[in-house]
Design a protein around this ligand. Structure first.
Ligand SMILES: [Zn+2]
Length: 419
């Protein structure tokens, strides 16, 4: 089958026809395919300013547009753009062509192709596999994300989760808002900071009907978020979710451990707590054999770290309650016990939990409507997505990577899927 026949099957353009196909050796052993395109003789160019047809003014020199590679050979469309003498715009403007956007050097097909691969591999790997650059992969992802954001539907969202994630060294945090409804889980929005104003920006963008339609909002205890959620979606049940509470406790355990390591060293004890970080933080069922052995060893000492860990494990029972009343009773008992423990970081956790008691108990009032692992799952996926875009850790690239990976964005229907 001739190449042109295939192209007419997979990528047909209404007012243009495929012309000559040439294979050129750019360097020794490095071939590229150039496929000419011509406007149909009776067609008039479309003005890229107003999208209306107009008379041809002149023709620019030939330009190359990168297409989807065939058999690992780079393929270019070659076309001399016409300029339109547009009566409507009142000036001479370059025509628009159906296979590319604006001044872009990549065809749309190529952009969708690279963007799809970038969901499966790191951007660097995509660039290497298809002999292109990291920048081309990024701009393709950007194109896909922009298209998706314009075409997505955000009606009917009942449940959202608000999370924050560190994206660069220092205190550079992003605010992420997810839809976590049973039938639809996706990233809805990214904010550049983790301030009240930032989250307010999300509610402003989505509008009042969106905020008033919310039934549940999940978040951590960050005061800025608590304030904005109460102000923007007062009717929604606000739930502090399990992931964030456990994160808080793990932070406390880590603090206790670090202090204790220091103290033991000063008092001249053997370094029993060395390499103990993960066996204190992990749950028993997730531990390796080595970590279990280490844990048994640690049990022999009456360590604060160990007691803090046991107290956290004990708290896990909280989530198993079904009635709000019993859960409240357990919470109060756990807090009182912890307050007597003399372990300062854990006492701080207990105080925090006490002061957020109602929001914590909302977990039970939500009555099984929320699944506990969702926000945590997204948090892990977000970290992975940021690693995939690794190259230039700019806010822009990270934003595109996150939407691309977690946004469940729509894609256009195409006559042929290249990837
Ligand atoms: Zn025009």
């Amino acid at each position: 089958m001739l190449l042109k026949t295939i192209l007419n099957r997979v990528q047909r353009h209404k007012s243009f026809v495929y012309d000559k196909v040439r294979m050129i050796e750019k360097a020794k052993g490095n071939h590229v395919l150039e496929i000419g395109l011509k406007a149909r003789s009776n067609s008039r160019p479309i003005c890229s300013g107003c999208h209306r047809a107009g008379p041809t003014y002149d023709r620019l020199p030939e330009r190359l547009f990168l297409f989807v590679p065939l058999w690992q050979i780079q393929v270019y469309f070659v076309y001399a753009m016409r300029r339109v003498n547009c009566a409507h715009c009142g000036k001479v403007i370059v025509e628009e062509v159906p296979w590319a956007v604006g001044k872009g050097r990549l065809t749309k097909a190529c952009q969708w192709f690279l963007a799809r691969w970038a969901q499966r591999m790191s951007w660097q790997e995509v660039a290497r596999a298809f002999h292109t650059t990291w920048d081309h992969v990024h701009s393709s992802v950007q194109y896909a994300v922009q298209w998706g954001l314009v075409h997505r539907v955000t009606e009917g969202v009942k449940t959202i989760g608000v999370d924050e994630i560190q994206y660069a060294r220092g205190h550079q945090y992003l605010t992420l808002v997810y839809q976590i409804d049973k039938g639809c889980k996706r990233l809805l929005w990214i904010g550049k900071e983790h301030t009240a104003d930032c989250l307010r920006g999300f509610f402003q963008l989505m509008g009042e009907p969106f905020a008033h339609g919310l039934k549940f909002v999940c978040s951590d205890m960050w005061r800025a978020y608590l304030e904005v959620i109460a102000e923007q979606a007062p009717q929604a049940v606000h739930v502090l979710d399990r992931f964030h509470i456990m994160k808080l406790m793990n932070k406390a355990i880590d603090e206790v451990r670090r202090e204790e390591v220091k103290r033991l060293k000063q008092d001249g004890y053997e370094p029993i707590l060395k390499n103990s970080r993960w066996c204190l933080l992990k749950r028993l069922e997730n531990m390796t054999k080595k970590q279990t052995v280490k844990l048994t060893e640690l049990m022999r000492y009456n360590l604060q770290s160990m007691r803090a860990k046991l107290s956290r494990d004990d708290f896990q029972r909280f989530w198993d309650y079904e009635s709000v009343g019993w859960a409240a009773k357990f919470l109060e008992e756990w807090c009182s016990r912890t307050m007597r423990s003399k372990i300062e970081p854990m006492k701080k956790v207990a105080r925090t939990l006490r002061s957020h008691k109602e929001l914590l108990l909302n977990w039970f009032r939500a009555d099984g409507e929320l699944s506990s692992g969702v926000v945590e799952g997204f948090n892990n996926k977000a970290k992975l997505a940021m690693r995939k875009a690794y190259g230039f850790r700019t806010y822009e690239a990270i934003q595109h990577a996150l939407y691309h990976q977690l946004g469940a964005l729509p894609t256009p229907e195409m006559t042929h899927e290249f990837a």
